[in-house]
Design a protein around this ligand. Structure first.
Ligand code: TRP
Length: 364
């Protein structure tokens, strides 16, 4: 069986370091591993509209932001098909059929949807489209017969639902769809990178993000204002690592080789942690190391971004070609789906012949 990746992001804002460690970095590694036959990365504008119906301009503006972020982290349009969800209408059609295979209570139990409803104060008035987005996500994945979906932990309930839909579909209509596997980040610190304020998750609405497009000055300022250990009042007092942002970020980003280079007095990250916990290491020292480490990640990203920012029409061309290619793939799956669901009236010549025979027989 072919190995196929599908993943994507909602274009509701620029991508940040949480996206980078949680998914983007992995995508580039998978892309360059040569282990996959096809890779699709989708800009989920239709999904973004499910809770931004009154703000289409925001979604439109962020399509190019996200595309620039993709290209700047090293997603290569020669190897990866980058496309826009709304330009593949087959996805909406497939979602409409899948809605018959899922109960309302099943979606209501989805923990990610539950959290989002609370965050958006939707309790009293959930848009139907928003409520159904997990179902539409199942069509995004299955329309490409994806075997592998590299995403963050918060997307696990969507992949679970997709697997259920695939099983139900194949049971009712015959083997047609492929059951996907989730691929989570391997490093625990990458699973859920906290915001610079130490809050649960980096998120635009909380204003605690470091963006891939931030300047060195912005990065420095944000790291220097990071939440650390409120009990670490003087350099000499013992520090705690739990919930300490600079250390969580170092776990996610730093190699010992970098620690040895930028903070030779400590040599390894573990030794720096031990010294910090004993007392005698200032937060400023840890933050300075982190700034150096982040700059090594961000500098090449910024450089590639500048290259593509000077070629915006070319970026739109990449998106258009990608969307055409994605549509051809989804359309082939939809042909199979329609045949399995017996709604392929005009291409089913046997059906037409049978009906003709039946009615001719009635005449006799
Ligand atoms: N829900 C994802 C997000 O919030 C975006 C997305 C839409 C997606 N469809 C998908 C991710 C299919 C993986 C597979 O970013």
């Amino acid at each position: 069986m072919e190995k196929i990746i599908l993943t994507g992001d909602r274009p509701t804002g620029k991508l940040h370091l949480g996206h980078y460690v949680g998914s983007l970095k992995r995508r580039v590694e998978l892309q360059n591993s040569g282990e996959y036959d096809k890779i699709f990365v989708m800009i989920a504008d239709a999904q973004a509209l499910t809770d931004n119906a009154d703000n289409p301009e925001k979604v439109r503006q962020n399509i190019i932001e996200v595309a620039l972020d993709y290209l700047s982290v090293g997603i290569d349009p020669e190897k990866t098909t980058i496309f826009i969800q709304s330009q593949v209408p087959e996805l909406a059609e497939l979602a409409f059929y899948y809605m018959n295979l899922v109960t309302v209570s099943r979606v209501q139990r989805n923990p990610t949807v539950k959290t989002e409803i609370k965050m958006r104060n939707f309790e009293q008035s959930i848009p139907v489209g928003f409520f159904c987005y997990p179902v539409s996500q199942a069509s995004d994945i299955t329309a490409f017969k994806a075997t592998t979906v590299p995403v963050g932990e918060d997307q696990a309930p969507m992949i679970e639902l997709t697997r259920e839909i695939v099983n139900r579909f194949n049971n009712i209509y015959g083997e047609t769809l492929v059951e996907p596997e989730i691929l989570l980040p391997s490093n625990a610190a990458c699973l859920r990178l906290p915001g610079t304020d130490g809050k649960a998750k980096m998120s635009k609405s909380l204003g605690n993000c470091i963006y891939l497009s931030d300047t060195p000055k912005e990065v420095k300022k944000k790291v220097n204002s990071m939440y650390t250990d409120p009990e670490h009042l003087t350099i000499d007092s013992p520090g705690h690592l739990e919930g300490n942002c600079p250390f969580i970020y170092l776990d996610a980003f730093a190699f010992d080789e970098q620690v040895a280079r930028f903070a030779p007095e400590f040599g390894t990250l573990q030794n720096l942690k031990d010294c910090y916990c004993r007392g005698g290491v200032g937060d400023g020292t840890v933050k300075k190391l982190l700034i150096n480490v982040l700059e090594e990640v961000l500098a090449p990203i910024r450089e590639r971004r500048a290259y593509w920012e000077a070629r915006i029409p070319e970026v739109y061309d990449i998106l258009q070609k990608g969307s055409e290619k994605a549509r051809a793939t989804a359309s082939a799956t939809l042909d199979e789906v329609r045949a399995a669901m017996k709604i392929n009236y005009f291409s089913d010549h046997k059906l037409i012949a049978e009906q003709a025979k039946k009615y001719a027989a009635g005449k006799k």
